[in-house]
Design a protein around this ligand. Structure first.
Ligand SMILES: [Zn+2]
Length: 89
């Protein structure tokens, strides 16, 4: 199981204060809500945290080809992990 994270740099520094609810990063789950009860560890990936600055991570699962984009801001409330709705599930 491999995946690739690509950072799309917007060139901007964060201008808005981070969300204090997520001082240690967010676990982003992109699966439909009714599929979140079981944690499929194979589709949960760590992403570089915190992000360098404002931009986006493009996460590609090389097993099923799924590609998603996550907005990041170079702040403490950036995504730390992402769980993909992989087609194998
Ligand atoms: Zn996949």
């Amino acid at each position: 199981m491999t995946f690739v994270v690509q950072f799309i740099d917007s060139g901007r520094e964060p201008t808005v204060a981070p969300n204090p609810a997520y001082p240690n990063g967010m676990d982003v789950d992109l699966r439909p809500e009714d599929k979140r009860t079981v944690l499929h560890a194979k589709c949960c990936y760590g992403v570089p945290y915190p992000a360098p600055r404002c931009g986006a991570y493009v996460v590609t699962c090389e097993s099923c080809g799924l590609r998603v984009a996550l907005t990041v801001a170079g702040r403490p409330d950036d995504p730390r992990t992402v769980t993909l709705p992989c087609k194998g599930n």
